[in-house]
Ligand binder design. Structure first.
Ligand SMILES: *Cc1c(COP(=O)(O)O)cnc(C)c1O
Length: 377
């Protein structure tokens, strides 16, 4: 009559309910407010969030949309991508970064990632440029900014556009300047687990370029900004009023949640220092990391993850197969030696639990379990 043993979750990978509880009266009031006004699509709540999010990025224009994948697609279509145009993107990211290049009619050209920061290796970008190259999509992966100075210099020299993929890096800074303000446009996701998360799908674009903002808004709204006037064929991609209201409640909390993520990363750094075989994340000079993910490297990654799971600690691999090696890109026939860093990392990276509400004792539990693993014979 024995029951199958079930491991109790001691440390979840993330805890969205804990965040809700910390601001429950504000969220409940906002949701009720939207229902009362019935501004479910477009309307005051969406407009308010767009204004606030733009202000957070130095008064740029904000175009909200349905998610952080559509935003990349909308930006590329609005920048005028044509069939056969090549776009350079990092070899290790979430697939949205590159599937949207293909959707928009472009051709994906991968560039390896930097071994220290996991962001695009800027020393290799120029070797990927051809006469057909039109743009670069750097990703501020895990929350650490890519080297925007080097990327913008290359873009200016070769007359390329840049779309920053900021889905994991809300409020991260490069040399004191907030990410999303460097490129021609910047794409954000508010997927529930992101640093700023809605209670469903949501996304937005930021740009300092007013005509581009207008084209993006038009494209996302069936090709017209007023009802019945369709200047072009577009798509339907919109942020809804409930998500906008939730995001407006959460936005003022984001600086504190970000600081908390940075504190947690510091605590992990102290607790895990000197454990043999565990490589901690590194932050390059001039970059402010916002730790959407806390990613360590280990030669025994899979055994370590299994050990942590046995102690009730959830971990994730972001991402277990680098983009060029996915079946989705088999047509490009890439080999491991084409992107040695991304290939090296995919079998060693492990994301540890990190969220603003994680407790000191949960951090201790993780650290103890990792120490225990590394001291096994
Ligand atoms: C989450 C994410 C996206 C896509 O966002 P969705 O809102 O889920 O569509 C794009 N790029 C990166 C790097 C992401 O992490």
């Amino acid at each position: 009559m024995s029951q199958p043993s079930k491991t109790v979750v001691a440390v979840p990978f993330a805890d969205l309910y804990a965040q809700y509880q910390s601001i429950q009266p504000e969220i409940d009031r906002a949701i009720t407010g939207v229902i009362r006004t019935s501004a479910f699509i477009r309307g005051e709540h969406v407009q308010r969030f767009e204004t606030e999010f733009a202000a957070m990025h130095g008064g740029a224009h904000c175009v909200s949309c349905a998610n952080g994948t559509d935003s990349l697609y909308i930006a590329m279509r609005s920048l005028g991508i044509k069939p056969g145009d090549e776009v350079i993107a990092p070899a290790h990211s979430w697939i949205s970064t590159t599937e949207t290049i293909t959707q928009a009619g472009g051709t994906v050209v991968f560039c390896d990632t930097d071994q220290e920061t996991y962001t695009i290796d800027t020393a290799q970008i120029e070797s990927k440029i051809s006469p057909r190259t039109v743009g670069i999509i750097p990703v501020h992966l895990y929350g650490q900014p890519a080297d925007m100075e080097a990327i913008m210099a290359i873009a200016r020299k070769h007359n390329l556009w840049v779309i920053e993929d900021c889905a994991q890096a809300h409020l991260a800074r490069f040399k004191g300047r907030t990410v999303g303000t460097f490129g021609n446009a910047a794409s954000f996701s508010f997927y529930p687990g992101k640093n700023l998360g809605a209670m469903g799908d949501a996304g937005a674009l930021i740009t300092q370029d007013a005509p581009l903002a207008e084209r993006m808004a038009m494209f996302a709204r069936h090709g017209g900004l007023t009802k019945g006037s369709h200047l072009i064929e577009g798509i339907n991609s919109r942020l809804d009023g409930l998500q906008a209201a939730v995001l407006s409640v959460k936005l003022p909390h984001l600086p504190l949640w970000t600081a908390r993520r940075q504190e947690i990363a510091g605590a992990y750094g102290r607790l895990l220092a000197g454990i043999p075989g565990v490589e901690l994340p590194k932050v390059a000079p001039g970059r402010e990391h916002v730790y959407h993910l806390f990613v360590i490297r280990s030669e025994q990654r899979d055994a370590l993850a299994t050990h942590l799971a046995s102690r009730g600690i959830q971990t994730v691999i972001n991402y277990p197969v680098a983009l060029p090696f996915l079946p989705a890109y088999a047509r490009l026939k890439h080999r491991p030696q084409d992107f040695p860093n991304a290939h090296y990392n995919q079998s060693r990276i492990l994301s540890l639990p990190i969220f603003p509400e994680i407790t000191e004792s949960q951090l201790q539990t993780v650290a103890t379990a990792i120490r225990e693993f590394s001291s096994q014979p």
